[in-house]
Design a protein around this ligand. Structure first.
Ligand SMILES: O=C(O)CCC(=O)C(=O)O
Ligand SMILES: [Fe+2]
Length: 367
């Protein structure tokens, strides 16, 4: 089975590797200055509506139903009472804080290689935009040991342990959330062979993405992370207590996802969009920056084994609901995404939805 690193390596995107230390800039360089045209703004009413992303208590007996509703109408929700210890959330935040506060030359020792996925660098989606994003990232697929040794020759063990523990814990939560989402679609554990191994959610692959958005001298003209959907089944995002994440909802425009103490944001990714036949749309999201406080986030990007075919599930298709997407493996889809970016979903689309049958939220403006 090809690994996730191999899948990424097979579809390199070309990201500029040398970039200035954002913390040292007093002015926004032109290369970072976005206009509304660059932002491909889908909005009319950014931030001026009262709608908010659903918050779901995982201890609620109706959690699956509520999750289903949130996925259908938003493609995103926040979870509380998810069982992840606060200590672990603080620990992973500390890893991010410590990592991004290292001197620039030190961080570059662990730079992502041009055809690799793991390591320090600009957002992989940078290459699809004419302007640079006001953020830095560190991607972890597999063990971070080699890179962490470069970053912290003395303390790497301590930070590796936290990452591995976070990864393990998130894997379990991702399993639980995935089951709840499938259940809300009427799909049982036995209905998804690759996914269930003795009733356990074992066979997934994941990447961990640490993001830092330094304070910005001209936030109105900068973009932390440009609008994108995740190429995952689902993404679990921890954000520190600084606002910045926005999700796009048809009819509402961009809606800020306020940080919730101990809460985690869950995004529907493109592969769940396909598996649900567009019933659960992958959510378009972006990150804005501010001039006062650094923002940090940690995304657990969860997908299937890279060589398993994902297609609209038999339980959600029928004579009146034809499959809208062809089968793709994650490996193939990463290739499609590397080529077509936000149009990737439409390139794997089989036919247009029958009007009125599907409440597909973002499906075609994101691809
Ligand atoms: O920083 C955030 O809130 C979002 C990060 C994100 O979308 C990603 O890493 O894919
Ligand atoms: Fe994302």
């Amino acid at each position: 089975m090809p690994s996730l690193s191999e899948a990424y390596r097979a579809h390199p995107v070309h990201v500029q590797h040398k970039h200035p230390d954002l913390n040292s800039l007093q002015e926004l360089p032109e290369s970072y200055a976005w206009t509304h045209t660059h932002m491909e703004d889908h909005t009319s009413n950014c931030g001026v509506n009262n709608e908010s992303v659903p918050i779901i208590d995982l201890n609620d007996p109706n959690a699956s139903k509520m999750i289903g509703h949130a996925c259908k109408s938003w493609g995103v929700y926040q979870v509380v009472n998810h069982g992840i210890p606060m200590r672990l959330l603080h620990d992973i935040q500390r890893v991010g804080e410590t990592l991004f506060s290292l001197p620039s030359h030190q961080k570059h020792k662990a730079a992502r290689s041009p055809d690799g996925i793991s390591g320090y660098g600009l957002a992989r989606i940078s290459c699809f935009f004419p302007k640079l994003m006001w953020s830095e990232g560190f991607t972890i697929v597999g063990s971070p040991l080699d890179h962490f040794r470069q970053l912290w020759p003395q303390d790497y063990d301590k930070y590796c342990d936290i990452v591995m523990q976070y990864d393990e814990t998130m894997k379990k939560l991702a399993g639980k959330l995935m089951w709840l989402m499938l259940d809300s679609l009427g799909i049982a554990k036995e209905d998804l062979k690759w996914f269930s191994s003795k009733g356990k959610f074992k066979k997934t692959c994941a990447a961990l993405q640490l993001n830092s958005y330094p304070t910005c001298p001209d936030p109105d003209r900068a973009m932390g992370l440009a609008a994108h959907t995740d190429s995952t089944l689902l993404t679990i995002l921890y954000q520190n207590n600084i606002s910045g994440l926005q999700v796009h909802r048809k009819g509402s425009g961009w809606v800020t996802v306020p940080p919730l103490s101990g809460g985690l944001v869950v995004n529907v990714g493109d592969l769940l969009h396909i598996l649900s036949n567009g019933l659960y749309p992958s959510v378009l999201h972006r990150v804005m920056v501010n001039r006062v406080q650094q923002r940090l986030s940690v995304a657990y990007l969860c997908g299937p084994p890279p060589d398993v075919e994902i297609c609209p599930h038999a339980k959600v298709v029928g004579p009146s609901q034809p499959p809208l997407y062809k089968a793709v493996t994650w490996h193939e889809y990463l290739g499609t995404k590397a080529k077509h970016f936000n149009k990737a979903l439409s390139t794997v689309r089989l036919c247009a939805p029958i009007s009125g049958l599907f409440d597909v939220n973002n499906s075609d403006q994101v691809g």
